[in-house]
Design a protein. Sequence first.
Length: 380
Amino acid sequence: MTLMEYERCRKYHQYVRYLSEHLGVSVDMKTVNSFCSPAQYAQLIHSKLDQLFDNSSQKRKTIREMKLYATMHIVSEKHFDWMKSNRRIACFAWFWIFSKPSLEQRKLNLTNNNTAASNAIPSFLTEEILGQYSSDVDFEALKKHQIKTSGEKNVKLNDRTNVNDVSALDTHEVITVSHSANGMNFERLTPVYDSKESYVLSLMKEIDSFSCDVNEKISIINELYHSWVNTFNEFPLPFSWIDLDEEENVYWLWNYMYKGYVGCDVQPATSRQMKDFAVATFDCWNGWSAEQAVIMNVKDGDFTPGREMSKQEFLVRARNSWIQKRHRDKKSKDSSGIKLTAQSKKKLMSLHKATGIESNVLLKSFIDEAWKKMTSDGKE
């Protein structure tokens, strides 16, 4: 998604809020929050305007009102630029904004159907103020985006599911202690499309909807930035000991985190997003609760539950478990795989050290190359 599309989506999202709050238009905000392109917003806005008004002059006047409303609620794009550096930062920021309990109170009090109590135009939208905007502002742009909707489909993601699967756990334990990461409110985290841009856009729209002025919203963003800096300084590469570009490894970490009471209660759409969610959960985690620490055999004399100490303890346990798993896997392969001579093993290890490539990957490449040569010779 380009920068221009970012800005339009945020602006059009505020247009929809204006229609809902001040003109009493019934809008399914759950559907709106899943939009990922200006064209989707444009189609909805035009359909609602067509239902409300019979002529274009009334529509243009309402669009001017919507633009002013959006200007009063949107923080400048530059305050979000640092979040777009990489997927880890983007997903951390998204998790932080949505899972921080204190920020939930900043949300505007909208009903499920988002129907406003009054159809009256707000008093601040005077004719003098509206006159500052040209009569056709955004009208043609909305039309163009509406045309683009042909052939464009709304992305449907996996429904959010509860990862607290009771099948492998004692019933009493599930009732009393959650496997979800402590200090995070996963209820407000609705899955978005698997992209860095979607994380940031969703976060932008959330901050835009806070019931406070722009300066206070900027203060919240600054608090988020300092939280990220502290998190990165504490644990710059928490999972450097495991290759999370391998799908199988991501699933192992996801399950280990759940069993270790650092679970993420949001269902990812892809393995790449699962990696994002796992790392973001660790980054935002407040450490084990007292109840979780008891189950994890964390004793007061040896260890004090808390954010930083819990993270250190968890990483030590996770890394040890991973090493043990790799050792078991290696023994299993050695017992059922090809037997190499001591000299061949020595040569393979030398190649591994020289290239940094895993032994099994090296063997596979040698076999593939030999097979390729054999089959090509056969064709000749």
